[in-house]
Write a protein that binds this ligand. Structure first.
Ligand SMILES: Nc1ncnc2c1ncn2[C@@H]1O[C@H](COP(=O)(O)OP(=O)(O)OP(=O)(O)O)[C@@H](O)[C@H]1O
Length: 735
């Protein structure tokens, strides 16, 4: 991986050739640097130009970058000589942060070349991003749940530092940056303290190149001076180079070179004393002001307003180039051709392969964050249990306490109507005995779900009907229970019909005993082949519900955590430290697998032990399919978080697919009810065949030899692969 080449991986041939060439050309310059670099640079801008072409830490040539129509970097040329501090100055919004992001490779440039420590950023096998570069972004990019020590350990692991090295660097940085106790949580630190922790993370591995975006904001003057002194110290050997942005223009006088940036291009690039001398200015700030004024005059002549420069298309590329020529450093223009570099296939292959060290560091990070949020962790574990329990308790059971008006026109205590009513399930049906008119008024008012009416001669007619072979229509009618139902609630109406039928069967059995078969229907429902006669809707819905709960919790956790990490700049910072998109994906996948495994375990305990949902098949297959569906959720969450930048949109994407997927995956209602061609879509969804497979395993006891089972596994694995590849590609394209 990229980080490899920084320290521990062997150099590829291209890099070695280049280093040899550079060292062959270096002796004279190295001597020149070490003897009197500062004096020389401050008095000889020509020398700066010549140095910058041959031996530079960073070279930007003709760099352009836009955000939509806003042109932020405008044919920019910049050179950071090796072993120098480069102060990048400019007003807010002029493009400094954008430039630094292009240099570290987190933003792509739309035109031009950038070379960082000899190669373009993210070149296969290069240590940038990686151990060679220490990057402190403007938005601090720190994990709030980490302590100072966790933060430094995390970056130490990513850079492959030994425990001893990390510990000694940590002790030094805490002392040097005047940080509070290393066990202090980042979220409890002040703004300035956080900024110093962020700086400490950038300095940790003693990188060859330091890229610091406003490290001294919010830092007291004494510490600011100390930081500058440290930077001056570390560049002294000529091995370390620093590019630093700051709003305190005067502090940049300690830099060896300053670049004055405005409207996306450099107005000047030279040693600070030289800039001041050229403008007869006593301070760098007033020199900068003069440069801005003369730049405004130059630009306002052809175009009117300086703001026009920022609109793409409002000027030709020629004028764009003129404007970007540095005033003091003509030699740093886009003169020289950039060498074409190619990487050996072995280096490329190594660059592509995920590194377990980085994956382990990221997984430890997730575990530490979870440990710091125990309430959230418990909630994560309990949420699926709560959801499945609510589902088993509230969905699919028989309605209870349904009020039904009973109009009984028989008065005798021994009448068959009373006997029949006594067989009605009292827990489900509450009988309210009423006269005819009140019963109908009640059902019309919505008080009752049905009216049961028995005629005056119900008992005698029913007996005749049971015992005689040929009876008149009047007898059949008079010996029937007349039922009027409120059918606005289908489930309640179906339950009433079923309970009446059951009551009648029990009544007949009671009255006729072994002769009851005489009045039975000519349809006999035998013992079921699979399932039980008393199966309810809960049994049907549970397997699909388990899969869908696992899937959506995984989607929610993944989509949001990634989006937040990107928003806070944490993903970019890890990427600059050498963590690839694939490693980020895999680490997240493995950490979330741990969480969903606990969730699945708890859920299964509840459905099998508490709610007694049957399982006729292999428990291992049940667990495997649910875990794989969890992985589908994680990978889909990764796609959302890779493609979407803010929490609200990520939430909406996750919620937006929730109902359509639930409805057309056959989870709450059979797929057979879905009309064509929607059924084809339903069958292609990740949970349709998987739910069917889980039902087959749990209720039919089938195994992988059955097509309906293996099809569920194959479809799930197919979706997992597709989502993971898609997420990696999107993340790669976007970083
Ligand atoms: N992600 C983005 N999308 C759209 N525009 C952006 C984005 N990031 C920055 N910009 C715009 O690009 C311009 C340059 O921004 P940049 O952050 O590079 O400036 P800066 O010089 O670092 O400013 P400051 O010193 O205030 O940090 C600004 O006009 C900013 O609004």
């Amino acid at each position: 991986m990229a980080a490899d080449a920084a320290g521990d991986a062997p150099l590829d041939t291209t890099e070695m050739d280049e280093r040899q060439q550079r060292s062959a050309a270096r002796p004279e310059k190295t001597r020149w640097y070490s003897k009197g670099r500062e004096q020389r640079m401050r008095t000889d801008p020509e020398a700066l130009s010549s140095v910058s072409c041959g031996d530079s830490a960073i070279r930007c040539r003709d760099v352009c970058r836009s955000y939509g129509k806003l042109k932020v970097l405008n044919s920019l040329n910049l050179t950071v000589p090796q072993g120098h501090i480069y102060g990048l100055l400019g007003p807010s919004g002029c493009g400094k942060t954008t430039l630094l992001k292009c240099i570290v490779g987190t933003l792509k440039i739309s035109r031009g070349h950038i070379t960082v420590l000899g190669k373009p950023p993210a070149f296969p096998g290069h240590g940038v991003p990686g151990k060679m570069v220490g990057y402190m972004p403007q938005d601090l990019a720190l994990y709030n749940e980490f302590t100072i020590s966790d933060t430094l350990w995390f970056y130490g692991r990513i850079h492959g530092l030994s425990s001893k090295d990390t510990q000694s660097r940590m002790d030094f940085l805490i002392e040097f940056l005047d940080l509070p106790q290393k066990s202090s949580l980042v979220r409890n630190l002040s703004g300035g303290q956080r900024r110093r922790v962020s700086l400490g993370a950038a300095l940790l591995q003693n990188p060859q190149l330091l890229i610091l975006d406003e490290p001294t904001v919010g830092v007291d003057p004494v510490l600011r001076a100390k930081i500058w002194q440290h930077l001056v110290e570390i560049v002294k050997g000529g091995q370390v180079s620093v590019i630093i942005t700051t709003h305190y223009i005067e502090e940049a006088r300690q830099a060896n070179v300053v670049g004055l940036m405005r409207n996306g291009s450099l107005l000047a690039e030279a040693p600070p004393d030289e800039v001041m001398k050229q403008h007869n200015a006593a301070t760098l700030e007033s020199a900068f002001l003069q440069l801005c004024e003369s730049s405004d005059q130059t630009v306002s002549k052809p175009n009117g307003s300086p703001d026009n420069r920022h609109k793409e298309g409002s000027q030709s590329s020629e004028s764009c180039k003129d404007e970007s020529q540095p005033i003091l450093s003509p030699g740093s223009g886009p003169g020289s051709e950039e060498p074409k570099l190619t990487a050996d296939w072995k280096v490329r292959a190594r660059h592509m392969l995920p590194k377990w060290r980085n994956i382990a560091a990221l997984m430890i990070k997730t575990m530490v964050r979870m440990k710091r949020l125990p309430g959230f962790l418990c909630f994560q574990f309990l949420l699926p249990v709560i959801q499945i329990s609510l589902m088993c308790l509230c969905i699919g059971g028989d309605p209870r306490g349904i009020q039904v008006a009973v109009v009984n026109n028989e008065t005798s205590e021994t009448s068959l109507s009373r006997s029949l009513l006594s067989f009605l399930d009292n827990s489900s049906i509450e009988q309210v005995v009423l006269p005819h008119s009140e019963a109908f008024a009640g059902i019309r008012d919505g008080q009752y779900w049905g009216v049961l009416e028995f005629g005056k001669n119900f008992s005698s007619y029913l007996m005749k009907r049971m015992l005689q072979t040929r009876v008149s229509r009047e007898i059949v009618d008079g010996g029937s229970v007349h039922v009027w139902l409120d059918l606005t609630n289908r489930q309640i109406a179906l339950m009433l019909q079923k309970k009446l039928q059951e009551a009648f069967e029990a009544f007949v059995q009671n009255k006729l005993g072994s002769m009851s078969y005489l009045v039975s229907l000519p349809i006999k429902i035998e013992e079921p082949i699979y399932g039980s006669k008393n199966t309810d809707f809960t049994t049907f819905v549970t397997p699909g519900a388990v899969l869908s709960i696992t899937f959506y919790l995984a989607v929610g956790l993944t989509a949001l955590s990634f989006v937040l990490e990107r928003k806070e700049g944490l993903l970019d910072r890890c990427w600059v430290a050498g963590v690839s998109s694939l490693e980020t994906m895999l680490a997240h996948l493995f950490s979330q697998l741990f969480v969903i495994s606990v969730q699945i375990l708890l859920m299964l305990l509840f459905i099998f032990l508490v709610f007694k949902i049957p399982n006729e098949g292999s428990l291992a297959l049940v667990i495997a399919l649910i875990v794989l569906q969890g992985v589908t959720g994680i990978s889909f969450g990764l796609v959302i978080s890779a493609a979407i930048d803010d929490e609200q949109s990520a939430n909406q994407a996750a919620l937006g697919i929730f109902y359509p997927n639930l409805i057309i995956s056959g989870i709450i209602w059979p797929v057979e009810c879905i009309p064509y061609p929607l059924r084809y879509l339903s069958l292609a969804l990740p949970q349709t065949y998987a739910s069917e497979a889980l039902r087959c395993i749990m209720y039919r006891g089938w195994d992988l030899s059955r097509m309906m089972v293996w099809r569920g596994f194959v479809v799930t694995l197919g979706w997992n692969t597709f989502f993971l590849i898609l997420a990696t590609v999107i993340l790669k394209l976007r970083t």
